[in-house]
Design a protein around this ligand. Structure first.
Ligand SMILES: NC(=O)c1ccc[n+]([C@@H]2O[C@H](COP(=O)([O-])OP(=O)(O)OC[C@H]3O[C@@H](n4cnc5c(N)ncnc54)[C@H](OP(=O)(O)O)[C@@H]3O)[C@@H](O)[C@H]2O)c1
Length: 331
């Protein structure tokens, strides 16, 4: 862990690039300006969002910015003028689309949340993006009620394990899909009542059988290209298709006519950053998440740990479907 400003570094990258293109570059963080805070980072989250940025599937910020990474936890070292609610020494975490793959950075203070004692830095660095995503998907994009039947693709992934536990706590019947027997077992241990190995079985047929033909109230699809067509077949009339990621590639060819043919379906493509745009929403979602971690409803174990300087290996593992649950990068 870096404690000395002279050892600060960032993992930089030209975009788009392969996972082996990361370079360790010396870093001299700026002084925090008005409304900003300087954070020494103790744990950085790994997200599929970072893969989309690295590969150019999502737009790169600008030629000047060469640091990706979207969530982290750490300690405030200094604050700029007017940065309220935060002080040097506070343990904090954040999610911002870019710039997290470094040891120390300046961030807008109004994007930081203070960490309660019961939430360790490594856990915070894995739930700011993934956990608040789980929160908005099942409370705001579609309000899941007790007794509803819901499907989540990639159920043993970072977001997937959190969704399964939260859906079970609400009293919904959660169905997951996962690639391979070990991932199926892990998803079952995290709230899913049924888990389908979608590499071995036609998940739409399985869902019809599990729901006795009734179909789902809502389906959360982060896989995209490989799953969207089958996913529409799983919904009941007036069901909701939520496409919140594209691990297999983007959804192309979904036309509005298919929503009518499927039974007056709804479809949406949400992004977390539109659901935490205000300080109030950010605080509300973070507080709800931390409360669920504190009362044991949500377990967020770190399942893969990499040195920040090995972020290329971490990307290769995530992209290669070799990870389960959450991963962290340690500066
Ligand atoms: N819109 C938002 O607000 C938002 C926010 C956060 C995350 N997300 C999305 O949520 C998803 C999960 O994110 P995460 O960081 O927790 O990742 P993750 O689920 O831990 O990893 C992605 C998983 O997707 C599955 N997958 C299916 N087809 C794949 C393919 N062709 N290549 C690679 N993986 C494939 C793999 O699981 P199997 O082997 O079981 O298939 C893989 O482990 C991502 O798509 C991400 O973009 C969206």
């Amino acid at each position: 862990m870096s404690t000395d400003a002279t050892t600060d570094y960032a993992m930089t990258l030209p975009a788009p690039a392969g996972a082996d293109a990361f370079q360790r570059s010396p870093l001299r963080p700026a002084e925090p300006g008005p409304g900003e805070a300087l954070v020494r980072q103790t744990a950085v989250g790994l997200n599929f969002l970072d893969v989309y940025h690295r590969t150019g599937q999502y737009p790169w910020p600008s030629e000047r910015d060469q640091i990706i990474g979207s969530e982290a936890a750490g300690v405030v070292e200094a604050v700029g003028q007017g940065a309220s609610g935060i002080a040097p020494g506070d343990r904090v975490a954040y999610t911002i689309p870019f710039g997290a793959y470094c040891t120390r950075r300046v961030v807008p203070a109004d994007r930081l949340v203070r960490l309660p004692d019961g939430v360790a830095d490594e856990v915070a660095a894995t739930v700011m993006l993934k956990g608040m995503t789980a929160h908005y998907l099942i409370h705001s994009t579609f309000r899941v009620e007790p007794g509803m039947t819901v499907l989540v693709h990639a159920a043993s992934g970072g977001v997937g394990l959190l969704l399964g536990q939260w859906l079970a706590a609400i009293g919904a019947t959660a169905i997951g899909t996962a690639g391979g027997p070990e991932k199926v077992t892990l998803a079952r241990e995290h709230g899913y009542a049924h888990v389908i190995d979608y590499r071995a079985h036609d998940f739409a047929e399985e869902v019809r059988a599990i729901t006795e033909g009734a179909g789902l109230h809502v389906l959360y699809d982060s896989v995209g290209r490989d799953t969207w067509e089958g996913s529409l077949k799983c919904l009941r009339p007036r069901g909701m298709y939520v496409c919140f990621g594209q691990a297999s590639g983007p959804v192309e060819g979904l036309g509005i006519k298919q929503l009518a043919a499927g039974g007056s379906l709804y479809a949406t493509r949400p992004s977390l950053f539109h659901y935490i745009a205000t300080r109030e929403e950010l605080e509300e979602r973070a507080a709800s998440l931390f409360a669920r971690i504190a009362d044991g409803t949500l377990r967020s174990e770190v399942r893969q740990r990499f040195a920040l300087s090995d972020v290329g290996q971490a990307h290769a593992a995530l992209e290669g479907r070799q990870t389960v649950g959450a991963s962290v990068l340690i500066p």
